[in-house]
Structures are given as C-alpha cells and as structure tokens.
Design a protein around this ligand. Structure first.
Ligand SMILES: Cc1ncc(C[n+]2csc(CCOP(=O)(O)OP(=O)(O)O)c2C)c(N)n1
Length: 645
C-alpha cells in the first residue's frame, strides 16, 4: 500500500485540522485512509465504519471546537479518525492491544472523548444530558450526537429522539447513514431512510448550501407555526418538501441528505447548522469502507476483523478447530429440519451469533430485529406464549440490555424461550464494554431460570438439544468466543445432559475443584499438576450454574473438606457464590476459594494476558489448592488488576 503522509504527520490536534483548506482536507482524508488501513491490518479492529466517516470527522473538527463543543459518538467503533486527529495518531498502532488505545471511546483516554461507549444507541440520550447540563450552566457550546443508521434502530436511541423533540434545548443529531448495521440494516426506519437517500443530495455545491442556509431565519422558533414554515422552506430549498417529514413532524429540523464524502458540503452544512435552534437532525450519506476497494465491496467482512493484508484485504487464516458458535449453529440447523416450531431471533448480529445458515434455510422462521435486544426478548416471549420454540441468540454483553424483559416477560410467565449467549467470559480486544462476565450472576438470580455452560463444543451440541427438548420454562446456555482446548475426538458423545446434574470428571480426596464452562479446562490442568505433588483433586464439570447439582457438591465437599470454584464470570453473585450459598444452607463448613473475575471492570487485551492478570488460570488454582491443603504458605504474586478506570 502506497503511503504518503505529508499532511498527516503534522496533525497533532484539531487545531491542525482547522488550519487546512478544503482542498488540503481532501488530501488528508486520503492519507488517513491509508494509515488507518495499515494500522488496523496489523492489529485487527473496526475498519469499514471508520473509513466511512473520514470526511465527516474532519468536517466536524474543522467547524466545531471540540471538546468545548460536545461531540458524543454512538458505539465509538467508528471513531479511529477522531483518535488520529486528537493527538493519538502515533498511538493508533496500539489500538486494542493490552495497555494501548481502546477500540472505543473512553472518558479516561482523552479529553476529546467526552463520553464512552461500546454498546449501541446511547448517544442521543447522553447528548441530551450534555445539552441540558449546558443550559443549566448557561453555556453556549454546541452538543452533537453522531449516530449510525444501525444504532438508530435501538429502542434507547428512539427514546432519546422522542425526548429530544420534546425537551426544550439545542441539540444536533448527525445521522451517519451507510445503509448498514453490521449486516444490512433492517426495519421500517431503514426503509424510510432508503427513500430519503433517493432524494437529490441537499448540499450539491458550496453556493447552493450558502444560498439555502442564508435564507434560514437564525433562532427561528420551530414551536410556532410561522417559525416552522420559514425554517422548513429554508431547509427544503433543494429537496422536495416532504423530505425528512417523519423527523419534521416529530418536531426536529431535518437537514439532508448531505453527501458525507464531500468535505466542503459538510463544512458548509455544519457551519450553518451551528446557528440553528432546537433539535436538528442532519442526515449524512456515507459509504461504509469508503476508499478502500475491498472494504467498500464487502463492508460486512471489514466491519470488524482480525489481521489482514492491507494490499488486497486477504484475511489471515484463523486457527482451525471447532468453535462454540458453529457447534450451536449446526445443531440448531439439524433440529430445525424436523421441528418447524423452532424460530430464531438475532439483534443485528446474524453472523456473530451463528444464525446465517438458519436464515438461509428458513427465511420465514428467522428474525433480525435490528439492534433491539429488549424487543428481541419480548418478541420471543410472545412467540413462545403461542406455542413456538424461539431461540434468542444474543451476545452475553448485549443481553444485559434486556434484563427486565427476561424477568418480566419470560421468566415470570415461565415461557420456554431458549437463550444462547455467545461471547460469555472475557472477550479480549474489545475490552470492558464487551466482556460477557456478568451473565451468570444476572441470570442466576432470576426465578424459573435454568443456566448452563458447556466445557467444550460437543457438550454445547448436547446442551442445545437439551434446551430445545426442555419446555417448562426459560433456559440459557452461555459459552465463550472461539473453541475449547478440551475437545475430544469429533465423534465423542458426551455423557447425557440431565437437568441439574454435574459431570464428575475425576474423583479425589483432598480438594474439590468445582468448575463451570471454560473453568473446567483450567481445573483439569491444575489437577494434573497437583497430582504430581501428591494432592488428589476431585474435578467436577458443573454444567449447570442453576440448578446446581447439590448432591454431587455436598458429597465431594464433605469428602475433600476443601472446595475451589472456577468460572469465567464475576465471582460476586456468580457460580462460586451459588456454591457458597448451598454449602452454607446445608451447614457444610468447609473452606471455599472462589476463582473468577473480581469486582472490577477488566481492560482490553489478549484473553490469556487478562486471565493471568486476574489469576483466572491453572497456576492460581494450583496455588490455592496447595495453600488449602497446607502445602504452600504464600501464594504466587498475582499482578495488580488492570481496570478500565
Ligand atoms: C447494544 C448493542 N448491540 C449490538 C452491538 C454490536 N454492534 C456494534 S456496531 C453495530 C452496527 C452499528 O451500525 P451503525 O450504527 O449503522 O454503524 P456502522 O457500523 O454502520 O458505521 C452493532 C450491531 C452493540 N455494539 N451494541
């Protein structure tokens, strides 16, 4: 990839962007695209979203005075260009690496990151908070929310929009419309935006922009009929009167559509939008992956990816071996062939959750509801209440959004909704917003809920079959990204799954290692080491976090007299807590050590590094067992936990 950086190497702050002419900004945009692609090719990360907003980001920094003006990014996965122009250009190669820049925005990373995110659809609500806070302090700064068309499908974004149109404040919502969520964007709003895209582009040329916007009555009060009419006439000079009517009827001023790759048009638009009062929505049309042919042609693959060749986009081959996602996907497809009651729901993540094949085979039984986890769960509840067998395939971290729907709509009514939570445990590079470590705790406390975690992919297959045969209430299976080191031969059949029954992997006399999911692999490895030291550890694959196999737990806890629990979730309220509670209720007073994630948000970085940092590894289990058995006085040093604060 040819790499010119004449302008880029002088960009150290937004002031350097402000000093450039539109012509120079166009050249800078090209340099940024090459640099960005080079960097992401080496680290992995979100490529296509940032490539789509290069001109938009430059225009915003040219016109607005950030951080005095408040720019709130939705998700933050598309903010790499913002990082480059706000003093983090040289650090970009460290993005998503342990100790390096975050792949999202974080308040503590830079004064230019006014608000952090990682989950979608938060920007409008947060920006409204900034706008009202400004009003209270009598400030004059502009407040902007930058949100994608995908993120706009989220209920939270629509709640924000609803409130923005009603609350008396000045706010600009910039809609970055590239027609894509991670996959194709879906829903009625997406269809509506597609219609708007067909309209003539609002800012064709500088003169048009100036002509249109000069006619705009500054500070016109859109709450009065005359004010609204004047503003409407001025903002719809080049586009038909009905353009953006949906937003206008709600009470927002609609500006657009604007060509998001015409830096001059963007600058002119924002200069004038800055003068507008009330809630304004600027509809910007962008192309995801813009300027890098392979990313433009396949924005889904290049949305977020691991390392690749910057010249032709060739992906580095992934390590082969079965994955949990595929194990679930294949079993679901198998089951769906003989059971036409099975229906599947994703919240904008068809590929990541393994539903692509199911969608191809059963398009009528497959629902992508957009970034709408809450709706997904209540929708599933309705389907289940009328006799269907819905599966909600949602990443562990995103299902957090739908906690009350799980409680109120599903569990309270004992509806048989199957939850498949991919990316359970530490996910690595995406960091604190994305680690799926709360799920065991937040699901375990819900009455009527069954919660499982497999030790390997063949067990996940068995659990998937079990979950679809289980019709008496909600059931959840959570599993990590990737695969397991515990895979047996491909044709190995795991011992049958029975409700609330654990699998005893090793009997023992000295210490009980009671482990769940990914913790089983670590417990077995620790037990091997302990055996060489004369410590006889029993190892149990708990399989169920709820209900726990108390029969097995009590028998082995009594026999061994010492218990260590292992899980890749938070220890507060999680699986280990459940074990403690059961032992206490039964009056079994044995020492218990819980190994899992501490009460801290964990950083981004490779999973193995993060696990070592928090002591979620075989070495720590071994050391804890030695100590319980009186064989080691002091524990090895576990380095201080890195937190996201
Ligand atoms: C609550 C939540 N659900 C799912 C995701 C995963 N996710 C990250 S980006 C994205 C698509 C966002 O689309 P859009 O807002 O249009 O931005 P684009 O990537 O197209 O620029 C999704 C679904 C998320 N971050 N948060």
């Amino acid at each position: 990839m040819e790499y010119k950086s004449a302008l880029l190497e002088k960009i150290n702050s937004p002031a350097d962007v402000k000093a450039l002419s539109p012509e120079q900004l166009r050249s800078l945009a090209q340099e940024i695209r090459v640099y960005l692609t080079e960097c992401v090719s080496r680290t992995g990360g979100h490529l296509a979203p940032s490539l789509g907003v290069v001109e938009l980001t430059l225009a915003l920094h040219k016109v607005y005075d950030i951080p005095r003006d408040k720019l709130i990014w939705d998700v933050g996965h598309q903010a790499y260009v913002h990082k480059i122009v706000t003093g983090r250009r040289e650090q970009l190669p460290t993005i998503r690496q342990y100790g390096g820049l975050s792949g999202f925005l974080r308040i503590d990373e830079s004064p230019y990151d006014l608000y952090g995110a990682g989950h979608a659809s938060t920007s409008i609500s947060a920006a409204l908070g900034f706008a009202k806070a400004r009003d209270f302090r009598g400030g004059k700064d502009s407040v902007l929310a930058l949100i994608g068309d995908g993120a706009l499908t989220g209920g939270l974004a629509l709640e924000g929009l609803n409130n923005a149109a009603h609350i008396d404040t000045d706010i600009t919502i910039i809609l970055n419309d590239n027609e894509m969520s991670i996959a194709e964007n879906v829903g009625a709003l997406a269809t509506y935006l597609a219609k708007l895209r067909m309209q003539p582009v609002y800012q064709q040329a500088e003169e048009t922009v100036k002509g249109v916007l000069k006619g705009l009555p500054v500070g016109s009060n859109i709450m009065t009929k005359a004010g609204r009419a004047a503003k409407h006439a001025a903002t719809h000079w080049a586009t038909p009167a009905h353009t953006g009517l949906l937003f206008e009827e709600m009470g927002l001023t609609y500006i657009g559509p604007v060509d998001g790759h015409n830096v001059e048009a963007l600058i002119n638009t924002f200069r004038h939008v800055k003068r507008l009062k009330g809630p304004v929505l600027v509809h910007v049309l962008t192309v995801k992956g813009k300027g890098i042919p392979y990313a433009e042609a396949d924005p889904l693959t290049y949305h977020g990816l691991s390392k690749f060749s910057p010249d032709d986009g060739r992906l580095e081959s992934k390590t082969s071996g079965p994955t949990f996602t595929n194990a679930f996907a294949e079993t679901l497809v198998d089951l769906s062939e003989t059971d036409d009651k099975i229906v599947a729901i994703t919240a904008a993540m068809p590929a990541g959750t393994g539903l692509t094949k199911f969608a191809e085979l059963h398009p009528k039984r497959y629902f992508d509801v957009g970034i709408a986890e809450q709706h997904a769960v209540t929708f599933a509840a309705g389907l289940a209440a009328d006799g269907l067998k819905p599966v909600c395939a949602i990443y562990s971290t995103f299902l957090q959004r739908a906690f009350d729907q799980i409680v109120h709509d599903v569990a309270l009514q004992r509806l048989p909704v199957r939850f498949f939570l991919d990316r359970g445990g530490l996910v690595g590079d995406d960091g604190g917003t994305h680690h799926g470590v709360l799920d065991l705790a937040y699901l375990r406390c819900i009455p009527n809920m069954v919660v499982m975690a497999p030790k390997n992919t063949s067990e996940l297959k068995a659990m998937t079959r079990f979950a679809f045969a289980f019709n008496s209430g909600p059931i959840a299976v959570r599993y990590p990204r990737g695969g397991s080191a515990l895979e047996g031969p491909a044709d190995m059949v795991p011992t049958p799954i029975e409700l609330g029954r654990a699998e005893v992997l090793r009997e023992g006399e000295d210490v009980l290692l009671f482990a769940l999911g990914a913790g089983v692999e670590l417990a077995l490895s620790a037990a091997d080491t302990l055996r060489t030291e004369g410590i006889d550890a029993a190892v149990v694959n708990a399989r169920f976090c709820k209900p726990i196999d108390t029969q097995t737990l009590f028998r082995l806890a009594r026999r061994c007299g010492r218990v260590i629990t292992v899980e890749d979730g938070v220890i507060q309220g999680g699986f280990g807590s459940a074990v403690l509670e059961h032992l206490a209720d039964e009056g079994i007073a044995v020492p218990v050590v819980r190994i899992g994630l501490p009460d801290e948000f964990v950083e981004h970085g490779p999973v193995s590094v993060l696990r070592d940092l928090v002591g979620l590894n075989a070495a720590n289990i071994t050391a804890q067992a030695r100590r319980l058995c009186g064989k080691q006085e002091t524990l090895p040093h576990v380095p201080e936990l890195a937190t996201s604060r």
